[in-house]
Design a protein around this ligand. Structure first.
Ligand code: SF4
Ligand code: SF4
Length: 68
């Protein structure tokens, strides 16, 4: 199973990774807000991650790391 890590502090909540994920397991958090005032991206279901790295490639701020 692949593992992704999102640096929520640096995320600007643009949602590009959410659109890029073919498994639709990323979402912008409704509860969390980071120090910049953005709702960061979070993982809904890590079990379904296929490690395709689309999210990491799409993120303009390079805040997602994919390990596989
Ligand atoms: S690596 Fe692929 S499947 Fe996993 S969260 Fe990122 S875009 Fe989705
Ligand atoms: S693409 Fe990057 S900056 Fe945009 S919501 Fe996703 S993790 Fe945050």
């Amino acid at each position: 199973m692949a593992k992704i890590t999102i640096n929520e502090t640096l995320c600007k909540g643009c949602g590009l990774c959410v659109s890029a994920c073919p498994k639709q397991i990323l979402a912008l958090s409704k509860e969390k807000m980071n120090s910049k005032g953005y709702h960061p991206a979070t993982i809904i279901d890590m079990e379904k991650c296929i490690g395709c790295t689309s999210c990491a490639i799409m993120c303009p701020d390079v805040v997602i790391t994919v390990e596989r």
